[in-house]
Design a protein around this ligand. Structure first.
Ligand code: ZN
Length: 98
């Protein structure tokens, strides 16, 4: 059977509000924990934004190096970081990211 890699849905497909975790399961012993848990801030970024943050940390925060690695101009990478900062601030204030 083909393994499908599912990405974590971040917002409600019906009303676009941020989703919460309500159930966690242990695959080893089948224990399930229920409740209402906020996703960690970084997990609430889009997959693309999160990858940028990971790459940013791995280059020790060098936008110059990131621009080289991504084949983009420094201002483009700088703008991308500014967008992610704005998205993080929206998440902190619980504003929907369009
Ligand atoms: Zn367990």
């Amino acid at each position: 059977m083909k393994q499908i890699k599912k990405s974590l849905p971040l917002s409600c497909p019906s009303c676009a509000s941020p989703l919460k975790v309500t159930s966690l399961a242990c695959e080893a012993c089948d224990t399930t924990v229920s409740g209402s848990f906020e996703l960690p801030l970084l997990a609430r970024l889009s997959a693309d934004d999160l990858q940028f943050v990971i790459d940013f940390v791995k280059t020790s925060g060098s936008l110059k190096l990131m621009a080289q690695q991504l084949g983009l101009s420094y201002p483009t990478v700088r703008n991308r970081l500014d967008d992610i900062i704005a998205n993080i601030e929206k998440i902190e204030k619980n504003i929907k990211i369009p």
